[in-house]
Design a protein around this ligand. Sequence first.
Ligand code: DX5
Ligand code: ZN
Length: 220
Amino acid sequence: MEKLLAPSILSADFSNLANQIRYAEMGGADLIHCDVMDGRFVPNISFGPVVVGAVRKSTHLPVDVHLMIKSPENYIEQFAKAGADYISVHVEEVVHLDRVVNKIKELQVKAGVVLNPATPLSTLEDVLSIVDFVLLMSVNPGFGGQSFIPYVLEKIQRLNEIRTKRSLNFLIEVDGGINSKNIEEISRAGCNIFVAGSSVFKADNIVEAVAELKNKISLE
Ligand code: DX5
Ligand code: ZN
């Protein structure tokens, strides 16, 4: 299965966003990950559809929108219109998950569901057959630059096993604390889409940082 690197612009220099995205693209990034936060579902505020639209204009890469907001179902169309190619919503927030996943798919956008570190995989048992991807948080959402929570590694393996056992083909995305030291073991556990914020955009050389991470996952 594919191995895709998704730099998260949350840690980028927003005064120079288009260039920072260009550097990530030059290094071999596959997607651009956008963290939307509302100060309610998570304690931090980031950006909304306007910035996602600006990202869309700065790159040809697919745009991956991770919604950490209250009532995400009310904003799906707006983010699809802004240029999202992937949209994911948290299961902790959405009551009618089947409806929201279908709404995303109807807009020709890839639909993902996100689990916080402490939310069990069992919450996804029924919806797994209709999602395009599952995003496992490996930090508590809200901030860049946190450390990977070790027990999530085993959770990735378990989800990978479920996928194989049930012959499903959703992708597994992992988000939080990924760096050049741990990316290989996360890859071996079964991850397909690797979100990396600070290890890309806080690096001295963004192009090289992306290339190094990419190189490590393509060896798998
Ligand atoms: C956290 C966000 C992440 C964040 C990752 O709430 O969802 O995408 O940007 O940042 P790092 O890679 O620095 O942990
Ligand atoms: Zn994210």
